[in-house]
Design a protein around this ligand. Structure first.
Ligand code: RFL
Length: 402
């Protein structure tokens, strides 16, 4: 227990954190640095979370947060700055060097699993506690001042983890969300009606830009994840099974939609991973329920169309860490009272831009929008983006911003 805390010391931890993703691990590191006792409970094994490939594009604000707290050594050593994207359309292609537009800031390309590995290494080296293969089954007592998390280990052995606060960083399907009675939360949900086959391949990037192909057969995307790996996306029908996409079918659809015969061949390699992502958005309000706080994907799901999810997770973790420090160390509950509203303003900005990207990259799926009118609008939007400097500045600011 931290000797500086203002409350009476009680058994258990000050904060129990569910989930060892970017949200939970940034929060854990920041609390530990402040001298607040916390423990991270993670359902999966350490190996699993350290190899789970997901995000790759870190916003400048994310890098600043990690630098501010001494958590950026890995990404500074191995991350790469990136600041150009290319749109390929039936009318041709154009590039936006967004690092020279808007606020003039680039992304940093650094795989999420490398960031997660760095954050685990920092936390455990500093004496932090993570219980892997420990699944939270329930969170009870959040309306009182002694919430408790019940976990099961791999053998089904139950353990109770009492705390003063619980941080739900366990994603959209975790135990934290389930602990909130439906009547106490307003849920805003949108299914955008679009699905992507997301593939990770062992091959260098095929171009020196993030590639967005707008094609009558559906969207295709290209994003570098490092010198040896590249992520590609292919819009696919809802209900498609991943195994219906052979490697040959994937490469020929990518080459066709990215117009490789016109703009240069793709650098092919073995497919390491494939999965279907449904483009959905989901926001819960409020993000605080008594002593339980939702962070990252547990708070809001942003479709990956604009690469915001991991960045929001880091930002929210910093906001919560500072608010918990004020409450635990100085007895000041006011920042905790503002946590939900502060995060929601960032979340809705990110949702708005992601939604704009979805409408730009995909043909309308709603029956009332399929007359061709809305499709023509998106080509007008692309043309505006190609030619209007103020539109480009707006895009750049939102593309890398939070
Ligand atoms: P995470 O990373 O899902 O971590 C949650 C952790 O909680 C654990 N867990 C539990 N632990 C204990 N008890 C339980 N009951 C539990 N239930 C779950 C899980 O095992 C897991 O370890 O959530 P977090 O920390 O909120 O981070 C969110 C990000 O992971 C996510 O938003 C991003 O990956 C989204 N995303 C992207 N975001 C970006 O900012 N930039 C990108 O370029 C980007 N690309 C992507 C993406 C997501 C993708 N997929 C797979 C949807 C690309 C893809 C393909």
């Amino acid at each position: 227990m931290n000797p500086r805390r203002t409350e009476t010391a009680r058994p258990g931890s000050d904060v129990v954190i569910l989930g060892a993703g970017p949200a939970g691990l940034v929060l854990a590191n920041l609390l530990h640095q402040s001298g607040i006792d916390c423990v991270v409970l993670e359902r999966a094994s350490r190996e699993h979370v350290e190899t789970r490939a997901r995000a790759g594009y870190l916003a400048p604000e994310t890098v600043r947060i990690l630098e501010r707290h001494g958590l950026a050594d890995g990404l500074r050593a191995r991350g790469r700055e990136h600041d150009v994207c290319e749109f390929r359309t039936p009318e041709g292609r154009f590039r936006l060097r967004y690092g020279g537009l808007g606020r003039g800031e680039p992304h940093t390309v650094y795989p999420q699993q490398s960031l997660v590995s760095d954050l685990i290494a920092e936390f455990t080296a500093a004496g932090g506690r993570i219980a892997f293969e420990t699944e939270a089954r329930s969170v009870t007592g959040v309306d009182g001042d002694r919430p408790t998390v019940l976990t099961h280990d791999l053998d089904g052995r139950p353990t109770q983890w009492p705390a003063s606060y619980v941080a739900g960083c366990d994603g959209r399907h975790g135990a934290a969300r389930r602990a909130i009675p439906a009547a106490d939360a307003r849920r805003r949900h949108s299914d955008h009606g679009v699905s992507w086959l997301a593939v990770l391949v062992a091959a260098p990037a095929s171009m020196d830009a993030v590639g967005y192909a707008v094609h009558r057969e559906g969207f295709a995307g290209h994003m570098s994840r490092g010198p040896e790996t590249t992520r590609y996306y292919l819009q696919c029908d809802r209900g498609t099974a991943t195994d219906s996409w052979s490697e040959d079918r994937i490469w020929s659809a990518l080459a066709h939609r990215l117009r490789a015969d016109e703009y240069g061949p793709l650098r092919e390699g073995p497919v390491l991973e494939r999965g279907i992502v449904h483009l959905e958005s989901d926001v819960l309000r409020p993000l605080r329920h008594g002593s339980l706080f939702l962070v990252g994907d547990a708070a809001s799901l942003v479709s990956p169309s604009a690469a915001k999810g991991a960045n929001l997770a880091v930002l929210e973790a910093e906001i919560l860490a500072q608010a918990l420090a004020a409450a635990v160390l100085r007895g000041d509950p006011r920042p905790l009272l503002r946590y939900s509203d502060r995060c929601l303003s960032h979340i809705w900005r990110a949702q708005e831009f992601s939604h704009w990207m979805i409408r730009l990259l995909h043909a309308p799926t709603a029956p009332q929008e399929s007359s061709g009118f809305h499709d023509s609008l998106r080509y007008a939007r692309l043309e505006s983006l190609r030619t209007s400097r103020s539109h480009q500045d707006w895009f750049a600011e939102n593309y890398v911003g939070l």
